[in-house]
Design a binder for this molecule. Structure first.
Ligand SMILES: *[C@@H]1O[C@H](CO)[C@@H](O)[C@H](O)[C@H]1NC(C)=O
Ligand SMILES: *[C@@H]1O[C@H](CO)[C@@H](O)[C@H](O)[C@H]1NC(C)=O
Ligand SMILES: *[C@@H]1O[C@H](CO)[C@@H](O)[C@H](O)[C@H]1NC(C)=O
Ligand SMILES: *[C@@H]1O[C@H](CO)[C@@H](O)[C@H](O)[C@H]1NC(C)=O
Ligand SMILES: *[C@@H]1O[C@H](CO)[C@@H](O)[C@H](O)[C@H]1NC(C)=O
Ligand SMILES: *[C@@H]1O[C@H](CO)[C@@H](O)[C@H](O)[C@H]1NC(C)=O
Ligand SMILES: *[C@@H]1O[C@H](CO)[C@@H](O)[C@H](O)[C@H]1NC(C)=O
Ligand SMILES: *[C@@H]1O[C@H](CO)[C@@H](O)[C@H](O)[C@H]1NC(C)=O
Ligand SMILES: *[C@@H]1O[C@H](CO)[C@@H](O)[C@H](O)[C@H]1NC(C)=O
Length: 434
């Protein structure tokens, strides 16, 4: 009898405890009010209402549960704040998440193309808030919606940065306006798929910094963000369906890629001892990272006595400006302009960031020899290179001016720049390496 009582007591205890345990999901008929949160199953992430900095506005966001200085990784209503503590987040019969204010006005909602029978929103241990049809379907392909498809200023491990050519979905990061305002700010990070895709930081619409194109080994414009990095396993995928960059977790390190309000791309790692964020690396680094700092057909070398110099065969467009360290005009071809008759020699360069590829053409299955032929056949082609140096394959062609090159001795990639024939006597067999 005593045992029986004890059993009842215990099961009562268990059921009370179960009610008190925070859930990781929102189901039909349930909602989250300001003050309530849901927590991912492994307690890595928490979702709820918050006010950034000294702001009084309320936002729905996701943050690290175990990091004491609140670090928000995603915001739902980033440009539609709620003015009081009466916001309610819930899920509709169709499977859309809706955030209402006290006038029952829809402040923010998700957009789903397909409706659900048994919708449920779950905060996953990866920090991804997903909407699924039924709790059992864990195939990401079948998610009705996921916050990972709508990044704010943070790229978490497992998130894709880039474009799906079929659905036209483009996932990019955008900085907060300020520490008090998560609305999209001036800076954004994209995989720009004009020409051969490259990773760029934009200020407004203008490119501010290029981490550059992916050459099979890394981005040619940054020593960081490589595969087999101790932080995470970087992947770059380009096929007819999509182009994306992502970092998959390799170990227990907690890391994030973040674009801050002043346009710095930062890789941060959580110190397991102090639970504070350590800087692994950031970009842009110096003046040579400023997009086109030296203008056209020039190269930038930060620690050189002369920061900018023209490529061989080119001269400063404005010698006067150049002598005053005003590099903006860049360089132009010396002597006769390039044309099909006199431009069939190439000079090979190694050891620098490849030029801007936004005005380039590529074919990932051509050989370097075919690539050269292709360049020679087009009078406006100015340079070529392999698109993938890990496989020594693929063809990348540039047209017109070559923009935004800088010294990067660790880039083991040859770039073949077209020269007018008159130059060839001097330079034919010279292998430029800088
Ligand atoms: C709810 O949002 C609407 C639209 O922004 C606004 O007009 C209304 O005043 C808000 N209600 C409250 C109580 O803030
Ligand atoms: C908002 O909707 C709820 C539920 O439908 C209702 O009980 C409440 O009166 C509504 N509030 C306003 C201000 O319309
Ligand atoms: C929802 O999706 C439709 C169709 O894809 C699109 O036209 C519409 O602008 C989207 N609405 C929002 C709020 O994103
Ligand atoms: C952004 O990061 C850079 C580089 O770490 C730093 O100099 C700058 O102060 C940061 N800006 C803000 C607003 O934190
Ligand atoms: C880089 O460009 C930014 C914006 O164009 C400018 O404010 C900054 O001074 C430049 N930095 C250097 C080192 O030239
Ligand atoms: C330039 O010199 C500084 C100081 O010696 C060094 O920290 C930095 O890495 C150098 N930059 C490049 C691009 O070599
Ligand atoms: C540099 O040259 C450009 C073009 O000639 C000019 O518009 C600009 O004002 C110059 N900058 C400085 C700082 O002199
Ligand atoms: C790429 O090159 C291969 C080999 O030359 C060729 O078969 C293929 O048609 C080319 N693709 C495009 C899109 O040009
Ligand atoms: C050369 O390439 C440019 C840029 O891709 C293209 O517009 C032009 O038609 C090409 N010319 C020839 C002769 O193939």
């Amino acid at each position: 009898m005593e045992g029986f009582m004890l059993l009842i007591f215990c099961s009562l205890m268990v059921s009370t405890v179960t009610v008190a345990i925070t859930t990781d999901s929102i189901t039909l008929g349930q909602s989250i009010r300001d003050g309530e949160t849901i927590v991912s199953a492994g307690e890595g992430f928490e979702l709820g209402f918050f006010s950034p900095g000294k702001s009084k506005s309320r936002y729905v966001g996701i943050w690290y549960k175990k990091v004491s200085t609140r670090t928000v990784t995603w915001v739902a209503n980033r440009d539609a704040p709620i003015s009081d503590h009466s916001g309610v987040l819930s899920i509709t019969q169709q499977g859309t998440l809706v955030l209402l204010n006290s006038s029952n006005y829809t402040v923010w909602s998700t957009n789903v193309s397909r409706t659900a029978k048994n919708p449920i929103a779950v905060l996953l241990e990866t920090g991804n808030l997903v909407v699924k049809d039924g709790n059992d379907d864990n195939n990401p392909e079948n998610f009705l919606w996921q916050s990972f498809d709508h990044p704010c200023d943070t790229l978490l491990p497992g998130m894709k940065l880039g474009r799906n050519f079929k659905t036209r979905m483009d996932r990019f990061l955008s900085s907060w306006k300020s520490t008090e305002d998560p609305a999209p700010g001036q800076f954004s990070v994209w995989i720009d798929s004009n020409g051969f895709p490259q990773l760029v930081l934009r200020e407004g619409a203008a490119i501010q910094y290029r981490a550059g194109s992916w050459n099979g080994v890394g981005f040619t414009g940054t020593p960081a963000l490589k595969p087999n990095d101790p932080v995470c396993d970087f992947k770059f995928v380009l096929n007819e369906n999509e182009v994306y960059y992502k970092c998959d977790p390799t170990n227990s390190l907690v890391s994030r890629l973040w674009v801050n309000q002043t346009g710095s791309i930062e890789r941060l790692i959580l110190s397991s001892q102090t639970k504070t964020w350590l800087h692994a690396y950031s970009a842009p680094v110096d003046q040579c990272d400023n997009y086109s700092f030296c203008g056209a057909n020039a190269r930038c070398e930060t620690n050189s006595s002369r920061v900018c110099s023209c490529l061989e065969g080119f001269v400063p467009k404005s010698p006067e400006g150049w002598s005053l360290s005003n590099w903006t005009e860049g360089c132009v071809r010396r002597g006769s302009p390039l044309d099909c008759k006199n431009g069939n020699e190439f000079k090979v360069y190694a050891g620098f960031k490849l030029p801007d590829t936004s005005n380039s053409w590529f074919n990932t299955s051509m050989s370097l020899e075919e690539c050269k032929e292709m360049c020679l056949r087009n009078c406006s082609c100015t340079a070529y290179a392999n698109s993938d140096i890990s496989k020594k394959s693929g063809c990348l062609l540039w047209f017109g001016d070559l923009m935004d090159m800088r010294l990067r001795t660790d880039v083991q990639q040859d770039l073949f720049i077209r020269m007018v024939n008159s130059e060839q006597g001097n330079f034919r067999s010279v292998y430029f390496s800088f």
